[in-house]
Design a protein around this ligand. Sequence first.
Ligand code: ASP
Length: 336
Amino acid sequence: MNYGIAIHGGAGTILRSSMTPEKEKLYTEALKKAMETGYAILEKGGAALDAVEAAVRSLEDCPLFNAGKGAVFNHKGGHEMDASIMWGKDLTAGAVSLIKHVKNPVSLARAVMEKSENVFLCGEGAEEFAKEMKVEFAGEEYFHDAFRFEQWKKAQEQEGVYLDHNIESDVRGRMSEENTKDGSGIGPGTSDIGLSIDKKFGTVGAVALDKDGNLAAATSTGGMTNKKFGRVGDSPIIGAGTYANNHTCAISCTGHGELFIRSVVAYDISALMEYKNLSLREACEEVVMKKLVKIGGEGGLIAIDKHGNIELPFNSEGMYRAMKSSSGVEKVEIYK
Ligand code: ASP
C-alpha cells in the first residue's frame, strides 16, 4: 500500500527575485521539518490523522508562516485564528475559528472532532472548550511579532485586506508609485528572526494517506492581514478549505478565502472524482486553474488521493509546498 504526505505554507505573490538564499533556506528547512515529522508517523504505520496534525503543529510553531505563532493581525490589531481537520475514514471533522489564545489551533479542532458532539466551535465558546480540554494556551506576547505588526500597519495605512503573501508586493508597488523617501517603498520592518518585511508568507496545511488506506486533511491560518474583526475565511470551513474522504481524496487549500468559500473548492475536487470519475489531476485542473481563475480566486491547494497520487496546483506566483511518498518521490518547492 502506497502512503505519503503533502504540506503547504501558503500561496501568493512569492517571487524568486524577492528572496535571498538565506531566507529560502529557512523556508525550505521549515517545510522539510514539517513534512518529515508527518512522514515519520506514516512510515511507522501511524494514522494519517496523526501525521497531518503533527505536520501542521510544526508549521504553527514556526514564526515564518501565518498560523499559530506567526498569525497575522486583524483590523483591530489582534489575532483571530482558524483551523480545521478531517478524517476520511468516517467523514468526521472538527473546526474552530476566531481563536485568540490557543497555541496550536489544529489540535483544538481535533479535540472538537473527537471530544465534542459538534463539528465547528468559534470564538469565546471555542476557547472555553479549549480550557476544558486542557489544550495549551499562549498569551498575546507569544503571537506578537515585529514583522506582522509592521505588515499590519502598512495594511491599515492602505486601508486594505491582504493575503499574507501579497501585502508587501502590493504595498511596495503602490508606495513606490508614490515615490517614497528612500525609494524602497518600504518602511523599517524587521522581524524578530531577522527577516525583512516582505519575506514571510502563509496559511499552512497538510494532507496524508496512511498504510491502512485512510486519508486525512488539516488546515490552520491567521487569515488575511488587516481582515475585518470577526471575519472567517475558508480554512476552517469543511468542504471549502479542508476535506477528506477515503473514497476520493484529501485536500487543504490556501488563497483568498472568500472566493474559496464561494467555490466550495475542497469538496468540489472530491465531488468531481466521485461523481464524474475525474482523476485527481483532472479535478485539480478544473477547479484551481479554471473555476477559481474565472472568479478571480487566487491561491492553490495540496491534494492526495486514495492511491497516494499527490497534486500541488496553484494559480498564484508561488506556493510553499513539500511532499514525500513511499514511492520515492520527495520535493520541497516554492516557485512556479
Ligand atoms: N485562505 C486563508 C483565508 O482566507 C488565507 C490564506 O490561505 O493565506 O483566511
